[in-house]
Design a binder for this molecule. Structure first.
Ligand code: PAF
Length: 292
């Protein structure tokens, strides 16, 4: 497994390979089974998989956890190396490359002032409480896309809104990359895997299970009822759970456009953000409209 820590080294490597099928998994490190499933999926479908590990400051708000975000590069690389060795038993010619720029200046040179604003899809759900978050995500992902030049990039569905924002950026700017989303990976208790879950104490985690349980119950409501009935039941579920915990939002949108739902919506996104004492957790589900 090769690791590149500077832009120059990575660029030299990138121009030296003429392979076209490069899969890309952008991450902020502290890898869990959700990330590993993306890397594995990329490995199976491409000759080279590039995994970036970079804790991106521009996507954190001023009072968020940038300073304490878990940075575990050594352990992450060990994990990727183990995965590569396992997967290479079947596909010895394929490889995984880690790109982890260790100088902030490599990603954000002094005076950096470029922004990419994907309006509409960023002004709801997480975009309301985290107003500059998606600008931070789009600029770093754009920059990584231009450095890695992948054929396909993989994103986890847990950050569903992020996936839609990136897809829209790629479409609007005609970027030559395909965007694929991979399923949410859950712990045994149902909580969607996230690097931030480790901030929770066991009692906080127990309480936070209201998030996946509510998402699961909502999935049932929208798959078994017409939109009108589902919305009535969902609104009463929402009022009930919101009275019991600190929720940032629990909403339903059109899963493709993030516009409000109508009878003609093909599939519904039900997304929630729950504020636990130590961490803000998000979760979602997409349900096909069985009544169109
Ligand atoms: O999903 C993440 O981990 C980050 O938002 C990403 C896509 C790596 C950009 O920093």
């Amino acid at each position: 497994m090769k690791i590149f820590k500077t832009l120059r080294e990575f660029n030299d490597f990138r121009v030296s390979i003429n392979k076209e099928d490069i899969g890309f998994v952008p991450t902020m490190g502290n890898l869990h089974k959700g990330h590993i499933s993306l890397i594995e999926h990329s490995f199976l479908n491409n000759s080279i998989t590039v995994v970036s590990i970079f804790v991106n400051p521009t996507q954190f708000g001023p009072n968020e956890d940038f300073a304490i975000y878990p940075r575990t590069l050594y352990k992450d690389c060990e994990e990727i190396h183990g995965l590569e060795m396992k997967l290479q038993r079947k596909d010895p010619e394929k490889e995984i490359i880690v790109f982890s720029p260790d100088s902030m200046n490599d990603v954000y040179p002094e005076g950096f002032s470029t922004k990419i604003i994907v309006s509409g899809v960023t002004d709801k759900l997480c975009g309301v409480k985290r107003p500059n978050h998606f600008e931070g995500v789009t600029i770093v992902v754009y920059k990584l896309f231009s450095l890695v030049n992948p054929k396909i990039a993989y994103f986890g569905k847990k950050d569903y809104q992020q996936f839609i924002v990136i897809k829209k950026m790629v479409r609007d700017l005609s970027l030559p990359v395909e965007i694929e989303s991979c399923p949410i990976i859950r712990a045994e208790d149902g909580l969607a895997l996230s690097s931030r879950n480790q901030y929770l104490t066991p009692p906080e985690r127990e309480k936070a299970l209201i998030l996946p349980k509510t998402i699961n119950a909502s999935n049932y409501l929208f798959s078994k009822n017409s939109l009108k009935v589902a919305l009535e039941k969902f609104n009463s579920l929402k009022a009930d759970v919101m009275s019991k915990g600190k929720w940032e939002y629990l909403e339903v949108y059109d899963a493709e456009s993030l516009e409000p739902v109508t009878e003609k919506t093909i599939s519904f996104l039900i997304a929630g953000a729950y504020q636990s004492t130590a961490a803000r957790l998000i979760d979602n589900t997409v349900v096909k409209n069985n009544y169109v």
